[in-house]
Design a protein around this ligand. Structure first.
Ligand code: SAM
Ligand code: DTB
Ligand code: SF4
Length: 333
């Protein structure tokens, strides 16, 4: 692979220039990059479960789980481990290869970690990859999660540093970067991306991708979420982003982070099949799969299977190597 492809020294103007390419030029470049590193017809699928819902102390303007907004969302305490394992089993039967568990916390309390660790161990035992998103972590917590065998930790930068304070005031951009560093240093794979369609400028979208691409190591997984305008949140009435700008954002992410999985994440219920096909062409190679994200709707699993079939694409199975490890753990090898 040419060295220039894994850069960590991007300048904002260069990224803005990629966004400014003609749509055919941008998509051709993104698809060419994609093909050098991935099978362009395969999509990794992850399923999500909210393991603790609502009543969150933070003020993220997009989020229905913040205690500050009246969104009518029922709150739920940390789920029992068996309930989480049962949901993971269903996701696996539907074809998911990774199970992502999300909690509406600013950061977990140490006393929550024992149960969270049991969830990671139980889901791994099924032969699924594991991902958690629990907010900010301490060094001790990342060590516990690593020891439990957590594969990925999701913690998003959400937007550019410049626009961040318009969206969240209860924790800083630097707090997020600090957690990402702890996760990376603990040897857990990083899942980090953001949200577009929150009223940010073109330059903010470039700024978000600049931060991601210039991290010391590219995140293994980069979720690009389209804002889901949730009733009762400050952003509920925001104008819809031009779908072609969303596709461009995916394409630029693919060019900047050639070896990362770029996930076409939240917001797919508002996207046509054709728009999603364009996102795959632009280099997206991962989706959230299953009827629900954390609290918002997601396309039906059967619809996604049909869409991939219509496109002649397929879901990536859990890697053989991973399945072998799982059966070894279960003493079946
Ligand atoms: N509380 C933890 C945190 O904030 O890190 C973990 C869960 S939080 C819901 C995970 C991510 O979901 C957020 O960082 C944000 O990027 C995404 N998200 C939340 N609400 C969203 C919405 N309405 N539309 C799109 N993405 C959303
Ligand atoms: C991510 O980037 N998107 C997912 C996952 N990481 C945790 C969450 C999307 C949440 C959409 C709104 C909801 O379901 O509440
Ligand atoms: Fe809480 Fe996470 Fe929602 Fe922010 S995004 S309000 S931290 S659940």
């Amino acid at each position: 692979m040419p060295e220039y492809e894994l850069r960590h020294d991007w300048r904002l103007q260069e990224i803005e220039a990629l966004f400014a390419l003609s749509f055919p030029d941008l998509l051709f470049r993104a698809q060419s990059t994609h093909r050098r590193h991935f099978d362009p017809n395969t999509v990794q699928v992850s399923s999500l479960l909210s393991i603790k819902t609502g009543a969150c102390s933070e003020d993220c303007a997009y989020c229905p789980q913040s205690a500050r907004y009246d969104t009518g969302l029922p709150r739920e305490d940390l789920l029992p481990v068996e309930e989480v394992i049962a949901a993971a089993r269903v996701a696996q039967e539907q074809g998911a290869s990774r199970f992502c568990m999300g909690a509406a916390w600013r950061s977990p309390r140490d006393k929550d970690i024992d149960r969270v660790v049991a969830m990671v161990e139980g889901v791994r035992e099924l032969g699924l990859e594991t991902c958690m998103t629990l907010g900010m972590l301490s060094d001790g917590q990342t060590a516990r999660l690593k020891e439990a065998g957590l594969d990925y930790y999701n913690h998003n930068l959400d937007t550019s540093e410049a626009y961040y304070s318009e969206i969240i005031t209860t924790r800083t951009y630097q707090d997020r970067l600090d957690t990402l560093k702890r996760v990376r240093d603990a040897g857990i794979n990083v899942c980090c991306g953001g949200i577009v369609g929150m009223g940010e400028s073109d330059s903010d979208r470039s700024g978000l991708l600049l931060e991601l691409a210039n991290l010391p190591k590219h995140p293994e997984s980069v979720p690009i979420n389209m804002l889901v305008r949730m009733e009762g949140t400050p952003l509920a009435g925001d104008a819809k982003l031009d779908p072609l700008v969303f596709v461009r954002t995916i394409a630029v992410a693919r060019i900047l982070m050639p070896r990362s999985y770029v996930r076409l994440s939240a917001g797919r219920t508002d996207m046509s099949d054709e728009m999603q096909a364009l996102c795959f062409l632009a280099g997206a190679n991962s989706i959230f799969y299953g009827e629900k994200l954390l609290t918002a709707a997601n396309p039906a699993a059967s619809h996604d299977r049909q869409l991939l079939a219509r496109l002649g694409m397929r879901m990536a199975g859990t890697t053989v190597e991973y399945m072998e490890k799982a059966s070894e753990r279960r003493g079946l090898a």
